[in-house]
Design a protein around this ligand. Structure first.
Ligand code: 3PG
Length: 383
């Protein structure tokens, strides 16, 4: 059971909110604010409650030599919230403590990248305590990081009265109802890379879903393992072991009927997977596959989509994912959930966000939640 934000009076309290602000940054500018937007309902609620809001997160390296900082998140928050947001270049110690003591009620402070401190990833208790020392309350609003057994995710919440953030709770609820009690037919579309984690998801969905549709690299692996395509990606030992647990002859599994294959000098060929030559690479699903998948999507009551179906970064290979996204949106009656960083980025780039019932912020966290039904960081928020 979680304690909801509505169950407490936050007035005057120092509240540490663990967010997932691991956003793409280029030359100091945030390229995609999706994850920041996800934390807004919690931030605004705490602001209106008169709390002192301390936002903590990690962020990945910008480039090989660039020290990763959360500073670029500050102007984005300021722009959305229309107010000054403070930034502390340290995430623990006397500097943030002084700033927090001085800040006004309803004000917001962003701490520097938690992972600059080695203790965060080592799940170090000392670091967790130092972070907890800054606040009186902990709020977990970082669904996308809840698969990590890191200090701020699994230890700090245990050191303070802890609450689940609005969006984190919503995401856990949406995904739990997807895996526990979906309206049928349940159609699951899986594409993209991250083959090993996707295979765990397939093992979980195979008994539960009514149809599983595949595109992207994961489909190529499944085609290669069944010797339908020659060459293609070489599955790792882990992939082979995972595949032993999956009955690929199950009629629920739908692999591409045709694909777009390309070898630099030869142009693009739309062919059956069995006709792909060793030197060619499969980069999208073909028209017959789009039509077949769209027919299945049409009858679904629940649709879950994770992973692009082609190399969407190249305009020649966007059509599969775009056509399928449109087919999903066309099914007005179904509950439509999509997740994974690249899939969500694609949906948003195409301006199709409103056509989906829910976009998950999780990448690996989403896959692990589906495979296991919970996450360490979600368990840590329970009371
Ligand atoms: C994500 O982007 O999936 C989350 O922020 C987790 O990031 P991580 O893989 O660096 O832990």
């Amino acid at each position: 059971m979680f304690r909801s934000l509505y169950d407490y009076n936050f007035f005057g309290k120092k509240v540490l909110v663990r967010c997932d602000f691991n956003v793409p940054v280029y030359k100091g500018k945030v390229l995609d604010d999706f994850k920041i937007i996800k934390a807004l309902s919690t931030i605004k609620y705490l602001r209106e409650s008169g709390a002192k809001i301390i936002l903590a997160s990690h962020i990945a390296q910008e480039g090989r030599w660039q020290k990763a900082s959360l500073r670029p998140v500050v102007p984005v928050l300021e722009g959305i919230l229309n107010e000054k947001v403070l930034f502390c270049p340290k995430s623990i110690g006397s500097k943030p403590k002084r700033m927090i003591d001085k800040m006004g009620l309803g004000k917001i402070l962003v701490l520097e990248n938690l992972r600059i401190n080695k203790g965060e990833e080592r799940n170090d208790e000392k670091f967790a305590k130092e972070l907890a020392a800054l606040a009186e309350i902990y709020v977990g609003e970082a669904f996308g990081c809840c698969h990590r057994k890191h200090s701020s995710i699994v230890i700090t919440p245990k050191l303070l009265p802890h609450f689940i953030g609005f969006e984190c709770e919503r995401e856990a609820n949406v995904l739990s109802s997807l895996i526990e009690n979906p309206q049928r037919p349940l159609v699951v579309l899986i594409g993209g890379a991250k083959v090993e984690s996707k295979l765990k998801m397939i093992a979980r969905f195979l008994p539960m879903a009514d149809y599983l549709l595949f595109g992207g690299k994961i489909a190529n692996i499944l085609l290669a393992i069944q010797k339908i395509i020659v060459g293609g990606p070489k599955p790792s030992q882990e992939t082979k072991d995972l595949l032993l647990r999956i009955d690929l002859t199950n009629p629920k599994i739908n692999l591409p009927l045709d694909v777009l294959a390309s070898f630099s000098e030869e142009g693009i060929r739309q062919i059956a997977p069995g006709s792909v030559r060793k030197e060619e690479e499969i980069l999208d699903i073909g028209q017959a596959t789009i039509e077949k998948f769209s027919e299945i999507i049409k009858i679904a009551k629940t649709i879950f989509w994770s992973g692009n179906l082609g190399l969407v970064e190249d305009s020649n290979f966007r059509n599969g994912s775009l056509s399928i996204a449109r087919a999903i949106i066309k099914n007005e009656k179904a509950l439509k959930i999509a997740g994974g960083g690249d899939t969500v980025a694609f949906i948003r780039a195409e301006g199709l966000e409103k056509g989906f019932s829910y976009l998950s912020s999780g990448g690996s966290a989403l896959l692990e939640f589906i495979a296991k039904g919970t996450l360490p960081g979600i368990e840590a928020l329970k009371i």
